[in-house]
Design a binder for this molecule. Sequence first.
Ligand code: SF4
Ligand code: SF4
Length: 271
Amino acid sequence: MREETDQALRAMKELCKLIADGGLRDRERAEKDMDDMISRDYEPYFSGNAALCLLAECQRCGGCCREERSIAVSIEDCRRIARHMGLSQKRFMMGYTLPHELNRARVGSARMLKKAGGEACPFFDPLLPGCKVHPVKPQVCRAALHLSKMNLLLCEEEKKIGAIPGCPADAALREQLAQFRRNLDRNPAARQELEALFSSHKPEVELFLLLLRLKGLEIYFGGDRAERLARRLGLKRMPEDGELRDGAMLYAAALSYGCLSLKTELKEEKT
Ligand code: SF4
Ligand code: SF4
């Protein structure tokens, strides 16, 4: 346990290098913009799910690729996937996407992948296994399933982060967290240490929590908006997923163990 905590603290300290000379700036305004994008009412579920999304390793089983009725793609998604496939953005959009079925006023410039009803996503290949564009897959697929609107609403309603049915990546992560909790059960000192860590107001912990939420917004809304917020905050760049993972594991463990001082109680069913 000590090793995991030390490693996460070291990773959090490393994050301070992302702050440009002169320190964080315009934090209040940036946080207000973040609150406007995702209401604070979704905390701690939003940050908790951002942590789980960073930690869950999609096993490319195709479960969600077969079941999703439609897959929305933003212009940013189209640009990224087209580049990956060696196509122009226009050619990709003409060949692989359709106008979104919902009103433009609600979805903006988002489009949908071309896909016949009842069929799997055109990028799903059972022989690979899984997604042919996995490293650059659409934002909604990257966010799946933790940072989907439906999951956030469920978390808020049930006041807990529930398991994602049928997703082997989520199941594997739950087992890792359950193991973490068993270790905490055997080690009250480590439990207290974890509790103290997230209420310590250490600058590196506060920065980590800010960046975890920002990463959640990047996953939920796409990179462009998160990049703008990062620049406004005076960050040199957005943190990479890997730079947040050690802290995310500790945060997810603390949340699932219920050893954070939270406005609302957040617990998983203990196994
Ligand atoms: S169900 Fe889970 S593991 Fe399977 S493709 Fe979807 S996100 Fe990945
Ligand atoms: S783009 Fe990839 S991850 Fe998304 S639904 Fe299609 S095959 Fe699955």
